[in-house]
Design a protein around this ligand. Structure first.
Ligand code: PLP
Length: 458
């Protein structure tokens, strides 16, 4: 399988090269040249355990890796989850909940970042190179990336988070990791500022090359690929349980990474009738799917901080396909959007695959409260946004699977506010990290300062 850039400025590259490159060198995003149609295999795949299914899906896209290497990376990655199902599904009133929080940091990003850390290790072992991962986070990516890379040879990780704008649990999960290859920078700005700094560093190709920078943001194709697996795994189980022919997924969305994986699963032939995109008040994406206008606003702080994002980096992948896979159109759209913050991409809207909605703070609290009252299950605020929007878009034919992206113990304040009681959202992993010593440097919102700090370490 070859990989191309959404902006058309690089020669086709292999999976291995795409993983190491992260963001395409022309500033675009990397995509496989095609999506294999797997409809003839769905039946055979439908009873596979998680790791076997992951192997079958990933080998289609990672065909330049020896199969035994891919298999070992997958097995190692999913053995650390606390349930053999890896991503179990449970019925929850009128929706099914796909629990993606059984990894070491209790958020769905572990599914991809455990895989990516192990994959980097295997690729670097072969090439003898080293890698310095630089990542911007609104909270969950950083902790999941740190836990994917900590203690690994030939890798360091530098994590930029918006100072004071991640939850106390997220902050503890990032800054209490004692491994010498982990560096935390608290940037005086928003998540978008952190992301802009990372993009600036990656655009400086001499700096990037000299310091062996690599990406683990959801722009890395390997992350999207790892997330494709649980759409299949969950759909198979719910289709079997309900006897239906199609499913609908509701996805709490920030960077459009997770839901893009659902789009890939649909392109491969998984019977998905709709993808329901759910945002919080940072609703640039839900507005786009309702009106066709893609327009940036100011970042609002909400109860679901991992979705406090205005410009979704993965959206360019989707736009590329809506442009008929034409890089010139993507370049023109991005050139229009960059200075104006507004784009009406001709022909991209409407897309009948997508439904969309925004969950406000009130909606989020109500979803947590009502779900607890009716089922006894405590939702985290990101999942609650997804459930709230999912309930507006139920179908009689296609059961809805809502992605549960974090364990509620990561966000006890929102749970307390919703239900009015303490102690409902706990997890031993969280209790442990809250009391450990922290390591973190506060940084100005300035790419040069961050570059200097990285260069000093490397
Ligand atoms: C990152 C994150 C999201 C958003 O995922 P994207 O891939 O950025 O759309 C939703 N919920 C939680 C808990 C997250 O950590």
């Amino acid at each position: 399988m070859n990989y191309l850039s959404t902006r058309g400025g690089i020669a086709p590259i292999s999976f291995r090269e795409a993983v190491m490159m992260g963001l395409a060198r022309d500033g675009g995003l990397l995509l496989p040249e095609r999506y294999p149609d797997v409809r003839d295999r769905l039946d055979a795949w439908s009873r596979l355990p998680y790791a076997d299914l992951a192997f079958e899906i990933m080998r289609l896209y990672a065909d330049d890796l020896p199969p035994e290497t891919l298999r070992a990376v997958i097995d190692k990655s999913y053995a650390v989850f606390d349930t053999p199902e890896v991503t179990p599904v449970r019925a929850l009133g009128r929706v099914h909940l796909l629990e993606l929080f059984h990894g070491p940091t209790l958020a769905f990003k572990d599914v991809a970042l455990q895989f990516l850390g192990n994959l980097f290790e295997a690729l670097l072992r072969d090439s003898g190179e080293e890698l310095n991962v630089v990542v911007a986070t609104s909270g969950d990516t950083g902790s999941a990336a740190i836990h994917g890379i900590r203690g690994r040879e030939r890798q360091r990780i530098f994590v930029l988070h918006p100072h004071g704008r991640v939850s106390p649990v997220q902050e503890a999960q990032m800054t209490t990791v004692p491994d010498a290859n982990v560096f935390n920078f608290a940037v005086e700005g928003t998540f978008d500022d952190c992301q802009n700094i990372v993009k600036t560093l990656f655009r400086d190709l001499p700096f990037k090359d000299a310091h062996h920078l690599g990406a683990v943001n959801s722009i890395n194709w390997a992350r999207v690929l790892a997330q494709v697996v649980y759409y299949f795994h969950a759909a198979f189980r719910v289709l079997r349980e309900t006897g239906r022919e199609r499913v609908r997924f509701a996805v709490p969305t920030g960077n459009f990474g997770d839901i893009f994986a659902g789009y890939v699963a649909w392109r491969m032939g998984l019977p998905i009738d709709r993808l329901v995109l759910a945002t919080n008040e940072n609703d640039i994406l839900s507005r786009f799917f309702q009106t066709g206008v893609y327009e940036r606003g100011a970042v609002a702080r909400t109860l679901s901080p991992s979705m406090d994002i205005q410009v979704a980096s993965n959206f360019e992948r989707y736009l590329y396909h809506r442009a008929g896979d034409d890089p010139a159109t993507v370049r023109a759209w991005m050139e229009e959007f960059a200075p104006t913050g507004r784009l009406v991409p001709a022909g991209a809207f409407p897309d009948p695959l997508f439904l969309a909605g925004a969950g406000t703070t009130e909606d989020t609290l109500a979803a947590i409260r009502d779900t607890y009252a009716t089922t006894g299950v405590v939702l985290d605020p990101h999942t609650a946004v997804g459930v709230s929007v999912a309930l507006r878009h139920l179908s009689d034919e296609a059961p809805t699977i809502c992605l549960a992206t974090a364990h509620p113990a990561k966000f006890p304040d929102a749970v307390r506010r919703a239900i009015g009681r303490d102690g409902l959202a706990t997890h031993p992993t969280v209790d442990r990290v809250l009391n450990l010593p922290r390591r973190c440097s506060v940084m100005p919102n300035d790419a040069k300062a961050v570059a200097k700090a990285i260069a000093e370490v490397v």
